[in-house]
Write a protein that binds this ligand. Structure first.
Ligand code: FES
Ligand code: FES
Length: 168
Protein backbone atom coordinates (compact mmCIF):
# COMPACT_ATOMS: atom_id res chain seq x y z
CA UNK A 1 0.00 0.00 0.00
CA UNK A 2 1.26 3.47 -0.75
CA UNK A 3 0.13 7.06 -0.82
CA UNK A 4 1.25 9.76 -3.22
CA UNK A 5 2.36 12.67 -1.04
CA UNK A 6 3.19 15.84 -2.96
CA UNK A 7 3.86 13.72 -6.03
CA UNK A 8 6.07 11.14 -4.33
CA UNK A 9 4.93 7.58 -3.54
CA UNK A 10 5.46 6.70 0.11
CA UNK A 11 4.51 3.53 1.98
CA UNK A 12 1.31 3.51 4.02
CA UNK A 13 1.84 2.83 7.72
CA UNK A 14 1.89 -0.79 8.85
CA UNK A 15 -0.42 0.08 11.74
CA UNK A 16 -3.88 0.77 10.24
CA UNK A 17 -4.83 2.91 13.25
CA UNK A 18 -2.41 5.72 12.33
CA UNK A 19 -4.15 8.90 11.21
CA UNK A 20 -3.10 10.61 8.02
CA UNK A 21 -2.09 13.61 10.14
CA UNK A 22 0.25 11.56 12.32
CA UNK A 23 1.65 9.76 9.30
CA UNK A 24 2.47 13.10 7.66
CA UNK A 25 3.97 14.67 10.76
CA UNK A 26 5.53 11.81 12.70
CA UNK A 27 6.64 9.41 9.96
CA UNK A 28 7.25 11.65 6.96
CA UNK A 29 8.27 14.73 9.01
CA UNK A 30 6.02 16.97 6.94
CA UNK A 31 5.27 19.20 9.90
CA UNK A 32 3.67 21.99 7.90
CA UNK A 33 0.34 20.29 8.48
CA UNK A 34 -0.63 21.22 12.02
CA UNK A 35 -2.35 19.35 14.83
CA UNK A 36 -4.74 21.62 16.67
CA UNK A 37 -7.74 19.88 18.23
CA UNK A 38 -7.12 16.41 16.73
CA UNK A 39 -10.89 15.91 16.65
CA UNK A 40 -12.17 17.65 13.54
CA UNK A 41 -13.07 21.00 15.05
CA UNK A 42 -10.34 23.49 14.07
CA UNK A 43 -9.21 22.85 10.47
CA UNK A 44 -5.48 23.19 11.25
CA UNK A 45 -4.82 19.74 9.77
CA UNK A 46 -6.52 20.37 6.41
CA UNK A 47 -4.81 18.85 3.37
CA UNK A 48 -5.99 18.08 -0.17
CA UNK A 49 -6.86 14.55 -1.27
CA UNK A 50 -7.13 14.45 -5.07
CA UNK A 51 -7.87 18.17 -4.83
CA UNK A 52 -10.61 17.89 -2.18
CA UNK A 53 -10.04 19.36 1.27
CA UNK A 54 -10.06 16.84 4.10
CA UNK A 55 -9.29 16.88 7.81
CA UNK A 56 -6.26 14.67 8.12
CA UNK A 57 -6.80 14.17 11.87
CA UNK A 58 -10.05 12.34 11.10
CA UNK A 59 -8.60 10.24 8.27
CA UNK A 60 -6.74 6.98 8.58
CA UNK A 61 -3.67 6.97 6.38
CA UNK A 62 -4.49 3.52 4.98
CA UNK A 63 -7.82 4.85 3.68
CA UNK A 64 -5.85 6.90 1.18
CA UNK A 65 -4.02 4.02 -0.48
CA UNK A 66 -3.20 5.11 -4.03
CA UNK A 67 -4.62 8.60 -3.52
CA UNK A 68 -2.80 11.84 -4.16
CA UNK A 69 -2.32 13.98 -1.07
CA UNK A 70 -1.13 17.58 -1.25
CA UNK A 71 0.17 19.32 1.84
CA UNK A 72 1.37 22.87 2.29
CA UNK A 73 4.87 21.66 1.42
CA UNK A 74 3.65 20.65 -2.03
CA UNK A 75 2.12 23.94 -3.13
CA UNK A 76 5.19 25.95 -4.10
CA UNK A 77 6.37 25.31 -7.67
CA UNK A 78 9.86 25.94 -9.05
CA UNK A 79 10.87 27.66 -5.80
CA UNK A 80 8.00 30.15 -6.18
CA UNK A 81 5.27 30.43 -3.58
CA UNK A 82 1.75 29.49 -4.62
CA UNK A 83 -0.11 32.75 -5.35
CA UNK A 84 -2.29 32.21 -2.29
CA UNK A 85 0.78 31.79 -0.08
CA UNK A 86 2.13 35.08 -1.43
CA UNK A 87 -1.25 36.74 -0.87
CA UNK A 88 -1.28 35.68 2.78
CA UNK A 89 1.98 37.57 3.20
CA UNK A 90 0.75 40.58 1.24
CA UNK A 91 -2.55 40.85 3.15
CA UNK A 92 -1.24 40.02 6.64
CA UNK A 93 -3.25 36.81 6.71
CA UNK A 94 -1.49 35.41 9.75
CA UNK A 95 0.15 36.21 13.06
CA UNK A 96 1.53 33.06 14.70
CA UNK A 97 0.98 31.09 11.49
CA UNK A 98 -0.26 27.93 13.18
CA UNK A 99 -3.56 27.84 11.31
CA UNK A 100 -2.07 29.09 8.03
CA UNK A 101 -1.22 25.81 6.24
CA UNK A 102 -4.73 24.54 6.92
CA UNK A 103 -6.27 27.84 5.84
CA UNK A 104 -4.37 27.78 2.56
CA UNK A 105 -5.09 24.15 1.70
CA UNK A 106 -8.72 24.62 2.70
CA UNK A 107 -9.10 27.73 0.53
CA UNK A 108 -7.74 25.92 -2.52
CA UNK A 109 -10.19 23.08 -1.97
CA UNK A 110 -12.98 25.55 -1.27
CA UNK A 111 -12.41 27.35 -4.58
CA UNK A 112 -12.53 24.03 -6.41
CA UNK A 113 -15.86 23.24 -4.73
CA UNK A 114 -17.25 26.61 -5.83
CA UNK A 115 -16.00 26.00 -9.36
CA UNK A 116 -17.97 22.74 -9.38
CA UNK A 117 -21.07 24.67 -8.34
CA UNK A 118 -21.30 23.30 -4.80
CA UNK A 119 -23.59 25.67 -2.83
CA UNK A 120 -22.96 26.88 0.71
CA UNK A 121 -25.36 27.76 3.51
CA UNK A 122 -25.43 31.40 2.29
CA UNK A 123 -25.85 30.70 -1.44
CA UNK A 124 -29.19 32.21 -2.44
CA UNK A 125 -29.53 31.26 -6.11
CA UNK A 126 -28.92 27.57 -6.61
CA UNK A 127 -29.33 27.86 -10.39
CA UNK A 128 -26.59 30.48 -10.94
CA UNK A 129 -22.83 29.95 -11.11
CA UNK A 130 -21.24 30.30 -7.70
CA UNK A 131 -19.34 33.52 -7.12
CA UNK A 132 -17.24 33.89 -4.02
CA UNK A 133 -18.44 37.03 -2.31
CA UNK A 134 -16.98 38.00 1.04
CA UNK A 135 -19.94 36.33 2.78
CA UNK A 136 -19.46 33.16 0.72
CA UNK A 137 -15.76 33.00 1.57
CA UNK A 138 -16.45 33.59 5.26
CA UNK A 139 -19.08 30.86 5.34
CA UNK A 140 -17.11 28.35 3.32
CA UNK A 141 -13.97 28.90 5.41
CA UNK A 142 -15.81 28.77 8.75
CA UNK A 143 -14.35 25.36 9.54
CA UNK A 144 -10.85 26.84 9.75
CA UNK A 145 -10.34 28.65 13.03
CA UNK A 146 -7.68 31.27 13.69
CA UNK A 147 -7.00 31.89 17.34
CA UNK A 148 -5.02 35.03 16.42
CA UNK A 149 -8.09 36.50 14.76
CA UNK A 150 -6.38 37.23 11.44
CA UNK A 151 -9.65 36.68 9.64
CA UNK A 152 -9.76 39.98 7.70
CA UNK A 153 -6.39 39.33 6.11
CA UNK A 154 -7.23 35.68 5.47
CA UNK A 155 -10.42 36.58 3.62
CA UNK A 156 -8.68 39.31 1.62
CA UNK A 157 -5.88 36.96 0.61
CA UNK A 158 -8.38 34.37 -0.56
CA UNK A 159 -10.58 36.89 -2.35
CA UNK A 160 -7.64 38.39 -4.21
CA UNK A 161 -6.48 35.03 -5.60
CA UNK A 162 -8.33 31.71 -5.70
CA UNK A 163 -11.77 33.24 -5.10
CA UNK A 164 -11.29 35.85 -7.83
CA UNK A 165 -10.48 33.06 -10.28
CA UNK A 166 -13.82 31.38 -9.55
CA UNK A 167 -15.80 34.57 -10.13
CA UNK A 168 -13.96 35.33 -13.38
S1 FES B 1 -6.49 19.04 14.13
FE1 FES B 1 -7.85 18.28 12.64
S2 FES B 1 -9.58 19.57 12.75
FE2 FES B 1 -8.32 20.25 14.40
S1 FES C 1 -2.38 33.05 12.64
FE1 FES C 1 -2.30 32.28 14.68
S2 FES C 1 -3.91 30.84 14.74
FE2 FES C 1 -4.17 31.84 12.85
Amino acid sequence: MSLIINGIAVPAPVDPRVSLLDHLRETLHLTGTKKGCNQGACGACTVLADGERILSCLALAVQYDGRSITTIEGLAQDDALHPLQAAFIEHDGFQCGYCTPGQICSAIGMAAEARRGVPSHVTTDLTADVTLSRAEVQERMSGNLCRCGAYNGIVEAIRSTVAAEVAA
